[in-house]
Design a protein around this ligand. Structure first.
Ligand SMILES: Cc1ncc(C[n+]2csc(CCOP(=O)(O)OP(=O)(O)O)c2C)c(N)n1
Length: 567
């Protein structure tokens, strides 16, 4: 059957199993929106109208983080596309599978400085895994097929498809390709057996190993394999900010998060290990601190599906290119073989005792001070009340780090945040995406008053669709993380980080028709949280917290992990 391009796009989404799209209309995508209103229901696609294009990307990213499926965003040309760039860059940094459709001026006007023209493929070249400008309607369906394939395979990432308006108007016979073959794109799934063998030998012999898990374990779904490796080899296991939840926080072998705001015991373990086994992590500077001092006495195993990651930041003794789940399976098999051949796993009792002693010496802590609400206590209570089972989406700042340190993620895909780009404004719209994807789960957005003010217009979105996100606003009246750095590293000079001038958030939520509660004293925290979390529909829960609380430990920028400041 002949269809215009706009309908072909929607039919292609149906073929890809897409059920949810986050978007914002405009002139260049009007044909698509017209087909949406006519056919969305029969195609089983629900479109969520956000209130700023950035939120469509963050919504799609939250959807992807909470499910592992590809998130889809649709925005118009020019400003629609440029407003989406932060969200695209975020997905690129955090390796999230997204397909982003942008409108473009008609092909004959491209390069004419036409109304709402922006070179979106040019602008996003360095922050997409791949991008396409569709110039012939015959290419539309195959391009979409390819876009979904590229976004979700190998190291996932955002793929942009730029759609000139005439491409969505022209008619052609629709057929969707069943398979796709890209000659130059063949992600390596299996690790090279010799490399796996060498790595496993080192793992068996190590006396002070640490297993270091990153977001790649989520992307590959390597949960069971990672757990088995840790248990069989008795490996203390740490997760990056992006890896949290890939290994259960309550597991006896769990060390929690490492890096700039990692636990003292975790960073000490990494610093003193003799073998660091990295699976799906990229040795980000927030993890390593001063690179020349990072785990100096250790050998490194680095498993990554992206060969370009290996050796990029740290030297690597045992590189293994491959999918985290597949390589971990290969490692388990190899382990059995080497043990069957007489190899003996090195004893590690002294190592575990040492780590336990470090933990006892400096656990996470905070000081209670009268009535004033301590933000750490709020996160502690959130964990207790939700039994650690909520989907928690954080924004960026101090509250993000306290949540990462204290929520204790046991299950995968329950922790969403902007790790690589650190984009304020992520937490709330990402929680919207998660709540759309997982309607049966409690979704909480933990946000600061700075980041929330970047996206609070999305209160209209959650009201319009009755999306039951619980927004937990940790309000300290400061751009808290900036203020902390100014206090610690700029002699208390609080330059433009005070944001006490702000709306009455409870009244503001109320004006959107969103239920809101506020606590101002420690003894109000628990029941305010319980009331908010148990109220159906979208809810704002504001906690007026201590204004100048700091996140500890902190490794100063550029310092070695061992030089973390503890209080
Ligand atoms: C879009 C963007 N702009 C600026 C920053 C730099 N930045 C990092 S944390 C932070 C403060 C966040 O303040 P708030 O949202 O109130 O959270 P808090 O740190 O107080 O918990 C800022 C400005 C950023 N990460 N993202």
């Amino acid at each position: 059957m002949k269809m215009r391009g706009a309908r072909i796009l929607l039919e292609s989404l149906r073929c890809e199993g897409v059920k949810h799209v986050f978007g914002y209309p405009g002139g260049a995508v009007l044909h698509i929106y017209d087909e949406l209103v006519k056919h969305a229901e029969e195609l089983g696609i629900t479109h969520y109208l956000v209130r700023h294009e950035q939120a469509s990307l963050f919504g799609a990213a939250g959807y992807a983080q909470a499910t592992g499926k590809t998130g889809v965003a649709l925005v118009t040309s020019g400003p629609g596309g440029t407003n989406a760039v932060t969200g695209i860059a975020n997905a690129f940094m955090d390796s999230l599978p997204l397909v982003v459709f942008t409108g473009q001026v008609p092909t004959h006007l491209i390069g004419n400085d036409a109304f709402q023209e922006a070179d979106l493929t040019g602008i996003t070249r360095s922050c997409t895994k791949h991008n396409y400008l569709v110039k012939h309607v015959e290419e539309l369906a195959p391009t979409i097929k390819e876009a979904f394939h590229v976004a979700s395979t190998g190291r996932p990432g955002p793929v942009l498809v730029d759609l000139p308006k005439d491409m969505t108007a022209q008619e052609i016979e629709f057929s969707y390709p069943e398979t796709i073959e890209i000659r130059s794109y063949k992600p390596q799934i299996f690790g090279e057996p010799k490399a796996v063998r060498k790595a496993v030998k080192a793992m068996i012999q190590a006396e002070r190993p640490v297993l270091y898990i990153g977001g790649g374990a989520h992307a590959a779904g390597a949960y069971e394999e990672v757990r088995q490796l840790a248990e069989k080899l008795n490996l203390p296991t740490t997760c990056t900010l992006m890896g949290l939840g890939a290994f259960p926080a309550s597991h006896p072998l769990s060390l929690g998060m490492l890096g700039m705001h990692g636990g003292y015991w975790t960073n000490m373990a990494v610093n003193n290990c003799d073998l660091l086994i990295s699976i799906g992590a990229r040795f980000d500077d927030r993890v390593t601190g001063k690179i020349s001092e990072f785990a100096r006495g250790a050998k490194f195993i680095h498993v990554d599906i992206d060969a370009s990651c290996i050796g990029k930041n740290v030297r690597c003794d045992y590189p293994v290119v491959g999918d985290a789940k597949t390589v971990a399976q290969q490692m388990l098999k190899e382990l059995e073989e080497q043990l069957g051949g007489g190899a003996r796993i090195a004893a590690k009792d002294a190592w575990h005792e040492q780590i336990a002693a470090w933990k006892k010496q400096h656990p996470f802590w905070w000081k209670e001070e009268g009535d004033v609400i301590k933000p750490q206590y709020v996160i502690h209570e959130l964990h207790r009340i939700t039994k650690g089972q909520a989907v928690v989406s954080a924004d960026v700042g101090q509250h993000q780090m306290w949540t990462a340190q204290l929520y204790g993620f046991d299950a995968p895909k329950n922790w969403l945040n902007s790790g690589g780009l650190g984009a304020m404004g992520y937490g709330f719209p990402a929680a919207v995406g998660a709540a759309v994807a997982r309607p049966d789960d409690l979704c909480v957005a933990v946000v600061g008053d700075g980041g929330f003010q970047m996206v609070l217009n999305e209160l209209a979105t959650v009201k319009q669709y009755n999306i039951p996100v619980k927004i937990l606003l940790i309000n300290n009246g400061f751009l808290g993380m900036v203020r902390q750095w100014q206090e610690q590293f700029y002699e208390h000079r609080y330059s433009h980080s005070n944001i006490e001038v702000q709306p009455d958030f409870v009244k503001l939520a109320d004006s959107y028709g969103v239920t809101a509660f506020r606590a101002t004293k420690m003894n109000e925290v628990t029941h305010t949280l319980e009331k908010g979390l148990n109220t159906p529909g979208p809810v704002l829960i504001e906690m007026k917290v201590a204004r100048e609380e700091n996140v500890f430990p902190i490794v100063p920028a550029g310092a070695a992990l061992k030089d973390m400041i503890l209080q």
